[in-house]
Design a protein around this ligand. Structure first.
Ligand SMILES: NC(=O)c1ccc[n+]([C@@H]2O[C@H](COP(=O)([O-])OP(=O)(O)OC[C@H]3O[C@@H](n4cnc5c(N)ncnc54)[C@H](OP(=O)(O)O)[C@@H]3O)[C@@H](O)[C@H]2O)c1
Length: 382
């Protein structure tokens, strides 16, 4: 006898670009990715401007029976909602996530989880205390390719991993495309390359040099970094970080930039943005690193030492099924964790989101990049 799939009922908080992409993915039939144990239902959405704006969002997504709210507070009070997906600018993640947790809702909050580590830690504490699920929406980690890559490293197939390079950068005409008000560069929305894009470079470094280590070996990395600011707003337009991880001093080199690109010309592919270097060879991951669909194994080889690795040169391709973007895998993780009474995901634990935020705090300290007191603060009023 097959049991009914567990249904997770979503409330979407914000109506912008990524809220649309994520919600579309919730509507993809889970069977297209062989998920038969869970399903998703979008029961409501809220806009901070008006209920009619939220209604437009739901109409666009062809969700005629979902409820439209004109305030985030009304959404989190809806008894039919199990989990709130937060897709506001970074500056608002802490306040919005706290609002949802206080209203006893589980939370999936877009990356970066908050503006700083202190805020992330408070969300973690509240979720724990209230027995609620909390996760940062680092969707990349839930791609089957990411799981496969971590397994290859964990099994020691690359030998001892000594260095991970990771870049996420975009070639923008910053003045023309963003000006000063766009959330990518607006300091009042916690703009800048680091928090928006650098978080992906860091997630790859952390997955390999932190996440998969046994608990006793895990430790915070030391950080050396450099920031160059966008003169018009003061946000970071270019940030480079060298992290040194315990226990053996492996290096993670994480970079991000909003003026030069990881992949600069579609006709002439650039070197892979993610390069994991072990003593037996490399594993590279093709762009885009946030939506990974191809990796290559390259065994180390020389005339004198031969080719000691157990793998041969090969490229492995994956597809994102069901015509989706690939955000449904993180949603499935939320459903399974909540069904099973887990307060956090083992793939993206909140403790690790806090550890990554701690690195970003240190990088911003070294580069003297401070957001307004209102958004750095842990104070919160309903
Ligand atoms: N995972 C990913 O691949 C991915 C991709 C892009 C962005 N993101 C993350 O998602 C978040 C939102 O990004 P986005 O690209 O969707 O941004 P966006 O298109 O500008 O949408 C943000 C939405 O937040 C709401 N909002 C509330 N207060 C706001 C304020 N003061 N200023 C502007 N908007 C406000 C607005 O919706 P209502 O007021 O109508 O509710 C707005 O439409 C960011 O934290 C970003 O890092 C993730």
């Amino acid at each position: 006898m097959t049991s009914e799939p567990f249904t997770l009922r979503w409330g979407i908080l914000a109506t912008g670009g990524i809220a649309k992409t994520f919600t579309k993915d919730l509507l993809v039939d889970p069977a297209t990715r062989s998920a038969t144990d869970i399903r998703h239902e979008v029961v409501a959405a809220a806009s901070s401007t008006s209920a009619s704006h939220a209604q437009d969002f739901l109409t666009f997504l062809n969700l005629p029976t979902a409820k439209a709210y004109g305030s985030y507070a009304a959404l989190v009070s809806d008894p039919n909602v199990d989990i709130i997906y937060i897709a506001t600018p970074h500056s608002h993640h802490y306040a919005n996530a706290r609002l949802a947790l206080v209203a006893n809702k589980h939370v999936l909050v877009e990356k970066p989880i908050t503006v700083n580590a202190a805020q992330a830690q408070i969300l973690h504490d509240i979720a724990r205390e209230k027995g609620l699920f909390l996760m940062e929406a680092v969707w990349t980690r839930f791609f089957p390719l990411a799981t496969e890559v971590c397994k290859i490293v964990e099994e020691g197939r690359l030998g001892e991993v000594k260095r991970v390079w990771a870049d996420l950068s975009f070639w923008n005409d910053v003045e023309r495309e963003f000006g000063v008000g766009h959330r990518m560069v607006n300091m009042d929305l916690a703009g800048g390359a680091l928090l928006d894009l650098g978080v992906y470079s860091l997630t790859w470094v952390f997955q390999i040099l932190y996440h998969i280590l046994p608990a006793a070996q895990k430790g915070n990395p030391s950080v050396a970094s450099s920031i160059t600011k966008y003169k018009a707003t003061g946000c970071d337009e270019m940030t480079s970080m060298i992290l040194t991880f315990p226990p053996d001093g492996a290096h993670g080199i994480a970079t991000t930039n909003i003026r030069v690109a990881t992949d600069v010309n579609p006709e002439h592919p650039s070197p892979a943005p993610i390069r994991i270097q072990g003593t037996l060879g490399d594993l590279t991951i093709a762009a885009p690193c946030y939506r990974p669909t191809s990796y290559t194994l390259i065994p180390a080889s020389s005339a004198s030492r031969g080719t000691p690795a157990s793998f041969s040169y090969q490229t492995v391709e994956h597809e994102v099924p069901g015509g989706g973007h690939g955000m449904f895998w993180e949603a499935d993780e939320c459903a399974r964790c909540i069904r099973d009474g887990k307060l956090e995901s083992e793939v993206m634990p909140v403790e690790e989101s806090v550890a990554v935020m701690r690195v970003m705090d240190e990088v911003r300290k070294q580069g003297e990049l401070v957001y307004s007191t209102a958004f750095e603060s842990v104070e919160w009023g309903e």
